[in-house]
Design a protein around this ligand. Structure first.
Ligand code: PGA
Length: 259
């Protein structure tokens, strides 16, 4: 796990976009795992700019989103499907048939989840997965005590997550109580992952996820065992890390080595 600390949200987003775009350019058919929430918005903005100004091509990119609220249709303004089309897909040359987002209206949830896993496998697995982290330590909607081997399934959201996400809805009561989410085990099979976190509100949970024990009560801590994960933080999110100086030193040494 490499930890990169950048001055602010904008620099964090640009660093993430550099990494995502350089991975995308390495392969003709690229499978990109995507996340929602406020954190990756800057990354998506930068990818759109790269598409428009630098020819970043989405023609052969297939995407899989981590999760979707259960009970929201894709046309609902708070659905993650709506979010992705508004904030990324409609601005780039991605093919509609290459976009995959869990179906929040699935009638047979179990069957849908099996199919979603199957589609990821059929696509050859996820080359790079973008991740955020919830204030309760979740990656995707893998709430505390989710099995670290879990697969795509229906999850009950914690009160913490409902409160965190209430800002996007008229009121707290409108926040769905369930979501369909990739499991920790599903995320774990991505070849590479990039986890983003911004602002002081994430500092405590980032310290737990990166420097604490690997434990199901902070599902993001499972990424410590992943073979190729990069974490990009702004100063606020990095504030509680004990070994910040070491991470900065490694960052500098890696750059020097690659010169
Ligand atoms: P946020 O959400 O980016 O809006 O903070 C992150 C998450 O819940 O995974």
């Amino acid at each position: 796990m490499q930890v990169l600390i950048r001055a602010n949200y904008e620099e964090m987003s640009k660093e993430a976009a550099r990494y995502v775009s350089s991975e995308m350019r390495k392969k003709v058919k690229f499978v990109l795992g995507l996340a929602t929430g406020s954190t990756p918005l800057g990354l998506y903005k930068e990818l759109i700019r790269m598409h428009k100004e630098e020819g970043l091509d989405f023609e052969n990119v297939t995407t899989f989103n981590l999760d979707e609220y259960y009970g929201l249709s894709p046309t609902h303004e708070q659905s993650y499907s709506y979010f992705m089309w508004e904030n990324l897909f409609k601005h780039v040359n991605i093919k509609k048939e290459n976009v995959h987002i869990p179906d929040g209206m699935a009638k047979d949830v179990e069957k849908f989840c099996e199919e979603y896993e199957h589609m990821i496998k059929e696509a050859g697995g996820i080359d790079l997965q973008v991740l955020g982290i919830g204030s309760d330590g979740h990656i995707a909607f893998n709430e505390p005590l989710s099995s670290l081997g879990s697969r795509t399934r229906l999850k009950t959201l914690t009160q913490q997550t409902i409160e965190d996400n209430a800002r996007f809805f008229e009121n707290k009561d409108e926040v769905p109580r369930y979501a369909i989410t990739m499991g920790v085990g599903t995320v774990f099979e991505a070849h590479k992952c990039i986890l983003l976190a911004s602002s002081h509100s994430k500092a405590d949970v980032i310290a737990k996820a990166i420097e604490g024990p690997v434990a199901a009560y902070i599902t993001a801590s499972a990424m410590q065992l992943h073979r190729d994960t990069i974490v990009v933080l702004d100063e606020g999110a990095a504030a509680e890390l004990k070994r910040k100086d070491y991470y900065r030193y490694v960052d500098k040494m890696v750059k020097e080595f690659n010169k």
